[in-house]
Write a protein that binds this ligand. Structure first.
Ligand code: NDP
Length: 505
């Protein structure tokens, strides 16, 4: 279903018609149409999956080397046309061009890693057959699943889905991708460029449309569905996939914490907290939404973050620190969280509800925010951050772990950062820097609780898109063969004697 966006000949914007055949992606900075895309029906999604299934046999049979060559060629093509895709990411999300390029740098590194490491991680390997099965050769292998469905969000429209797409392709699957309705062009660009270097079969297809197109992908008979998006939609995706027992990988929202310990480099912590909270206008699943700072250094931290946050300016121009809120409905969520924090007794030391000026939101730093406020308990997904004082790091860990999400986290501490990190109930932690784990291709990425389950990136991310197959091969006749009706009387007794001698001590 890969298609090039037609000229803006046809219809109105997304949602302008009850049953539109096409929809427009818009530049959130200006409201201008970027391109029109088809709304694919359930029937068209099923056809895309059937085509991908035919391509899957060819792609799997290419083997690791054949796939690596092609994925490497795709990587080089992406690098060559980096400006073009950065401009498109920027147009569909509104983020500054430099941030789009930063996102692409990570994509390229991950694509390289996945292609390079797939064979080492997934190839057939011998394992010990154990005392009781000494006569058997045992091997384990990670085989492709077939067709993987990928549903992606708009906030990092190329980095987040490529965490699944690149790893699923490297593992030998073909992919049908449904991008967010806000960023369909990025998905189409990915499929078109891969088709340039892999013209033989459509190993990556894109279906575009709204939630119904995504739901159709869940019901299409794909062999696994990798979803990145909000927790609420993740639950719907899981329910749809349950109908056909389609396995799911869910990368959902977060409410990540940054902890500042008594001995932290406070200036570095403030700098990192600000980047973690405000970059990409706070529309980052692993963005810093809550800070817990130990009281010895709280005053200094608040002073530092206030000074820095007050200088940040959102806007549509390339020099802006961050862009607009991409999804218009999120603006009200952000405003309501700030209002609720203030109503419950929190204080704004930078900005306030007046900072919400759609499509932009200026930085908001809230302090002393009650723990039952929406700004503490729910994902805000805007350029806001709460800063609460705690007695010690134990209290910080307790409050961090009290939430329903468990995606990433950050610890600033000179003497015990890793020790504190291990106490956080999250999938990832950065010590003395922020978000670094997402940029290390070898590290698995994913969460617990309402942040979802399963892992993209790294060895686990490759294995996620495979079915493990275990094989034994009889090498010679066993001395004892208890698994036969002709085993004879004493065989099990002799086996028990061996078990007792070996394992009973
Ligand atoms: P949504 O949950 O709104 O949408 C995600 C995707 O699901 C979109 O492609 C959407 O299509 C599609 N969709 C909507 N309804 C259905 C349905 N019933 N069945 C199947 N698919 C459906 O998330 P956002 O796009 O708003 O992304 C922001 C969220 O993503 C945040 O919560 C953020 O934390 C999370 N996220 C998580 C990451 C992680 O790795 N853990 C990384 C990045 C973001 P459409 O857009 O057309 O409605």
């Amino acid at each position: 279903m890969t298609q090039t966006a037609p000229e803006s000949s046809a219809v109105g914007a997304a949602g302008s018609d009850e049953h539109p055949k096409r929809f427009a992606s818009l530049d959130p900075r200006t409201g201008e149409v970027v391109a029109h895309h088809p709304v694919h029906s359930a029937q068209e999604v099923t056809e895309a999956v059937a085509t991908a299934r035919r391509a899957a046999t060819w792609w799997a049979e290419l083997g690791f080397d054949g796939r690596k060559q092609r994925l490497d060629a795709w990587r080089r093509l992406i690098v060559k046309r980096l400006d073009e895709i950065a401009n498109l990411v920027s147009a569909e999300t509104g983020k500054p061009n430099a941030d789009a390029k930063l996102e692409l740098a990570l994509v390229i590194d991950h694509l390289h890693w996945a292609a390079r490491n797939a064979e080492r991680v997934l190839r057939r390997r011998r394992v010990a057959s154990g005392l009781l099965m000494l006569n058997q050769a045992a091997t384990v292998e990670y085989r492709p699943l077939g067709v993987v469905g990928v549903i992606g969000p708009w906030n990092y429209p190329i980095f987040t889905p490529m965490g699944s797409i690149a790893y699923a392709l490297a593992a030998g699957n073909t992919v049908v991708f449904k991008p967010s309705e806000l960023t369909p062009g990025v998905g189409v660009w990915l499929a078109d460029t891969l088709a340039e270097v892999v013209p033989e079969h459509p190993v990556l297809s894109v279906v575009t449309g709204f939630g119904e197109t995504g739901a159709a992908l869940c019901r299409s008979g794909v062999d696994k569905l990798a979803f990145t998006g909000s927790t609420a939609t993740g639950k719907r995706v899981m329910a749809s996939c349950a109908e056909s027992l389609t396995p799911v990988l869910l990368e959902c929202g977060g409410k990540d914490v940054l902890i500042v310990d008594y001995d932290a480099d406070v200036a570095a912590a403030a700098d990192a907290a600000l980047w973690g909270a405000m970059s990409n206008a706070g529309q980052t699943c692993i963005g810093v939404e809550r800070v817990y700072v130990v009281e010895d250094v709280a005053e200094e931290f608040v002073e530092q973050i206030t000074k820095r946050a007050a200088k940040l300016r959102p806007g549509g121009q390339p020099s802006a620190d961050f862009g607009p809120i991409t999804m218009p409905s999120q603006v009200e969520v952000i405003r309501s969280h700030v209002q609720d924090a203030l109503d419950k007794g929190g204080r704004a030391v930078v900005g306030g509800t007046e900072s919400v000026r759609p499509p932009f939101v200026e930085p908001v730093v809230l302090v002393d925010v009650p723990e039952d406020s929406l700004a503490i308990t729910e994902e805000t997904f805007g350029p806001t951050v709460t800063v609460n004082r705690v007695r010690d790091v134990d209290e910080a860990v307790r409050l961090a772990n009290a939430g329903k999400y468990g995606l990433g986290g950050t610890v600033f501490s000179k003497s015990r950062g890793e020790q504190v990190a291990r106490r956080l109930r999250t999938g990832m932690v950065a010590v003395n820097s922020v978000i670094a784990f997402a940029a290390v291709p070898a590290l698995p990425f994913g969460g617990v609780g309402d942040s979802g389950f399963g892992r993209i990136h790294g060895e686990d991310g490759l294995r996620e898109f495979t079915r493990v197959q275990s094989v034994t091969r009889k090498r010679f006749k066993p001395v004892l063969n208890p698994m036969s009706f002709s085993r004879g009387g004493g065989v099990v007794g002799r086996l028990m004697a061996i078990v007792k001698a070996r394992y009973g001590r």
